[in-house]
Design a protein around this ligand. Sequence first.
Ligand code: FUB
Length: 339
Amino acid sequence: MPEDNIDKINFEEISKSAISKPLVSHIYTADPSAHVFENKIYIYPSHDIEAGIPFNDNGDHFGMKDYHVFSMDSIESETVDHGVALHVDDVAWAEKQMWAPDAACKNGKYYLYFPAKRADGIFQIGVAVSNSPTGPFEAQKEAISGSYSIDPAVFEDDNAKHYIYFGGIWGGQLQKYRNNKYDINNQEPSDTEPALGPIVAMLSDDMLEFAEIPREIKILDENGEPLKAGDNDRRFFEASWVHKYNGQYYFSYSTGDTHYICYAIGDNPYGPFTYQGRILNPVIGWTSHHSICKVNDEWYLFYHDSSLSKGVTHLRSIKVTKIDYTDDGKILTIDPYGL
Ligand code: FUB
C-alpha cells in the first residue's frame, strides 16, 4: 500500500485488521534485523526521525542519525529499548543517513554492521564492536574496505563462517557499480537485461573485513534464467536476508517499487537462488524490509509499516508475525492486514 493510495486508507480500520501491532511506539523504528543471542531476542532496527527533508526517489528523507537496540525475552513479551547504541557523530568516516543495520555475534563479541553516507554522498558499510549485544558499539575508524551500497545482512552458516550480503538500487546506489567498481555513468540495466543482483562476501575471521572479493548473486526464474531488470514484481531491489531451513538457503529481499518481500532458494550461501514467491504483501508506506528469525523452533518475520504515523513513509514501526512453511518448504504468503 504505497504512498499514492495514502489518502484513501482508513487507518482506524487498517489498525483493527492488521495482523500485528507495532513492537515499539515511543519512537519510530524500521528495517528490523532480529537474532537470538544467548536465548534472548535482540532487534537491530533503523531509528526513523523527521529530518525535514522532502520525499524523493533517492530516499534523502530517510535522514537517520543513530541506532537503538531492542530486546525481548519471548515473542509475546514487552520490547525493551536499550537506548542509543551508536550515533553518526561517533563514526569518523560517516556523515549521514544511518540506514538499515544488522548484527552478528562471534566469540562473545558483538558486531553491528551499518550503511551510512560519507561526506561525498557515497554509501559505504561500517562495522562497530561491543562486548554486549545492546552496545554501546565502537565504530572502526574506516568503513569496511571495498564495501559499497546499503542494507548489510550477516548470515552465520553451520560451519561458523559468516557471510555479509548487501546492496540496494536507486537511493542505495547499487546501479552505479559493476564488478565492485563505481562509475557515475552506470545506470540500471534495461528492462530486458538481467537485473542487478545483491552482493555477498565471506567475512574475515575477525569479522571486520571482507575475506574475499565480493561477488554478485544471481536470482533465477523457473527456467533457470536470471530475473530481468524489467520484472519489477520479482527482481531484487534492497533488504537482503538469508536464513537456512531444512538444509536449504533462503535468500529473501524487497522488490522496492512493487513493495513485496519475496524469496528464492539455493543450496549454498553464494547462490544462485531460484525465485519461489512472496513472503509479505505490501505494507503501508513505500518501503518494505524484514528479517527472519527462529525462536524456540518457530519461525518469525520481523517487518515494518507506517500505520502508526498514518502513512508517513519515513516514520515506520517494527512488527513481528509468525511464518508458516508447507511440507515442501514453501513459505505461505502473509497479508499484513488480513485482507
Ligand atoms: O531505512 C532506510 C532504507 O529504507 C533501508 O536501508 C531500505 O531497506 C528501506 O527500508
